[in-house]
Design a protein around this ligand. Structure first.
Ligand code: AR6
Length: 178
């Protein structure tokens, strides 16, 4: 677990399960283009949310790499789910650009809805093949850049599934914010 304050806003990273973040208003889904259940984060979120989530998301699909859309959270302990399609590493090029767009668009969409707290998984760092160090670099640099100009967002959390991913994100968080 690591936490930094930046102009009155908090960025933190911790090991955990994205489906169990009841103290944040919105959680982010590492979605597929069709916004349907899949493996990883998407599978876990859809299964915890219940079938109403896929039903609500259907009409918003397909989405493009870098795009973010918002839905209700159904049976999850949050108010909203923001669905982002990350780039497939080495296929959706330049990958860093499209991954940064995910974080930027998700944060701006959340902020426009008045959301104050949001939790992200490591988008694209699972089935989509991103090396975790590169994914952490893009995620943290982008969040740091965007967060200071947002009106409503006060807390951004990264939720990492493995101890090694948590270590990479936490080290990068602490070295990014001087
Ligand atoms: N909570 C937090 N992190 C998780 C969880 C969880 N419950 N489950 C997995 N992770 P991925 P992607 C981590 O594959 O790379 C799906 O099949 C995981 O260890 O969920 O963007 C979709 O349908 C990894 O570090 O997302 C898409 O087709 C990170 O979350 C595709 O995978 C992201 O892994 C999206 O691939």
């Amino acid at each position: 677990m690591a936490q930094v304050e930046l102009n009155g806003k908090t960025i933190e990273c911790m090991r955990g399960d994205i489906t169990q973040q009841g103290d944040v208003e919105a959680v982010v889904n590492a979605a597929n283009a069709q916004l349907m259940p899949g493996g990883g984060v998407a599978g876990a979120l859809h299964s915890a949310a219940g079938p109403g989530l896929a039903k609500e998301c259907g009409p918003m699909a397909p989405i493009r790499p870098g795009e973010a859309v918002i839905s209700g959270a159904h049976n999850l302990p949050n108010q909203f789910v923001i669905h982002c399609l990350g780039p497939v590493y080495g296929v959706d090029e330049p990958s860093d650009h499209w991954l940064a767009e995910c974080y930027r668009n998700a944060l701006e969409l959340a902020d426009s809805k008045g959301i104050e707290s949001i939790a992200f998984p490591a988008i694209s760092a699972g089935a989509f093949g991103y090396p975790v160090e590169a994914a952490a670099e893009v995620a943290l640099v982008t969040v740091k850049q965007v967060i200071t100009r947002l009106e409503n967002i006060k807390r951004v959390r990264f939720v990492l599934f493995s101890a090694s991913d948590e270590q990479v994100f936490c080290s990068r968080l602490l070295s990014t914010i001087e």
